[in-house]
Write a protein that binds this ligand. Structure first.
Ligand code: ATP
Length: 205
């Protein structure tokens, strides 16, 4: 089994997330890609107003519903926040000891990777794959390692979909359509739960 692990805040999940997860699955010959909503990302804990984790989980499930090989895993929601990737990979390794794990990151996340908890342990637990985002070639990014402490990684070219959750939240706040930015089922959940209408720290980030 080759399993892709794709973590994020998913507030909300959008078409970019779905597209790159599908591309990673196809190009890396993965049996499954797990989208893993963070309990609250360690880099976003300073913000208030991140959507309730269970609702982000529901939206993420709705985003991948019916897409072969893509599923959502609540492993981080069942642990106390903050969600550290190294702990998630340890948990997944324990659950599926024989699986090969591949950690899928967007290029923006790679830019701060040296500051993550235990990067070397992460690299022992999973193969690190960095996906191009919004035209940024991962090869041009400096993850910030001290000389000699670099970890192995490989770049992956994926479809370019210039969407971010920030843009989705902003459009909702401005009363504009998000039809082309999120799967229809996600748009329905946003509407039903009246998400992102008021400006908050997270909404303006
Ligand atoms: P925000 O705008 O709130 O920062 P985001 O759109 O970056 O959110 P996250 O949930 O933080 O979404 O991202 C989860 C993962 O998906 C990260 O690894 C991120 O780099 C990657 N990602 C998000 N959007 C894209 C995209 N359009 N193309 C490629 N990778 C993406």
């Amino acid at each position: 089994m080759r399993i892709g692990v794709f973590g994020g805040t998913f507030d909300p999940p959008h078409t970019g997330h779905v597209a790159v997860a599908e591309d990673a699955r196809a190009h890396l010959d993965l049996d499954r890609v797990l989208l893993v909503p963070a309990h609250v990302s360690p880099f976003k804990t300073g913000e208030s107003g991140i959507t309730d984790p269970e609702l982000r989980l529901r939206m993420t499930k709705a985003a991948v519903h019916g897409i072969p090989g893509l599923s959502v895993d609540r492993i981080e929601l069942d642990r106390e926040p903050p969600s550290f990737t190294v702990d998630t990979l340890r948990g997944l390794r324990k659950r599926t000891p024989d699986a090969e794990l591949l950690l899928l990151l967007g290029a923006d996340q790679w830019a701060s990777f040296a500051r993550w908890k235990d990067p070397e342990e992460i690299a022992r637990l999973a193969e690190i794959v960095v996906m191009a985002r919004e035209g940024t070639d991962p090869a041009g990014i400096d993850p910030g390692f001290e000389p000699g402490s670099e970890v192995p990684w490989s770049p992956l070219d994926v479809r370019r979909v210039d969407v971010s959750s920030t843009e989705v939240r902003q459009r909702v706040r401005e009363g504009r359509s998000i039809e082309d930015l999120v799967p229809a089922a996600v748009a329905r959940l946003i509407e039903e739960n009246e998400l992102y209408r008021a400006a908050s720290a997270a909404n303006t980030a």
